[in-house]
Design a protein around this ligand. Structure first.
Ligand code: NI
Length: 169
């Protein structure tokens, strides 16, 4: 499993809904979680590892608290509130971060890896991570949200620092 580097085509692809939870999908979820931890990320969307399906994994708990992976299938943002600006990075855009403004609080509904409906809500890191990963599932990378000026600066910098291979992790 490889983490695709921006601006890979699949990172720009809108992910398809998951229609069936199969044994194969469970294995894929396990590999995604493992990859996320190995890459030291707090979240990973399925299209970042080359499979454009509506699936994200995340773990926003401090590492000393132990592994607490959350899997969300077919996530939908049902409510947003407020606005917050914070530094963001992405495993598909290694060695780069930028301040991004997003709603401060979100409510998300979706399904867990067993197909049970779940609802997540919060502000801070959980909110930011959910929005960032759900963006990926819509083919949007956080650098796409930069202002035109900052995006121009990013492009120049990225041309120099982007990894040559298609594996960021
Ligand atoms: Ni990302």
């Amino acid at each position: 499993m490889k983490i695709l580097v921006y601006p890979h085509e699949i990172l720009r692809t809108k992910a398809e809904p998951v229609r069936e939870i199969t044994g194969e999908l469970q294995g894929f979820i396990d590999r995604m979680i493992e990859k996320m931890y190995r890459a030291e990320g707090v979240g990973l969307a399925a299209n970042q590892v080359g499979k454009p399906i509506q699936l994200l994994v995340m773990d926003v708990t401090p590492s000393e608290a132990g592994a607490n992976p959350v899997v969300v299938i077919n996530p939908i943002i049902t409510e947003t509130e407020g606005s917050a600006t914070h530094e963001e990075g992405c495993l598909s855009v290694p060695n780069y971060s930028a301040k991004i403004t997003r709603p401060a609080r979100v409510e998300v509904k979706g399904y867990d890896r067993h197909g049970k409906e779940i609802r997540l809500e919060g502000d801070g890191l959980i909110s930011r991570c959910l929005q960032h990963e759900i963006d990926h599932l819509h083919g949007i990378c956080f650098v796409d949200r930069l202002s035109p000026l900052k995006k121009g600066l990013f492009r120049k910098k990225w041309a120099k620092i982007r990894p040559p291979e298609e594996d960021a992790g």
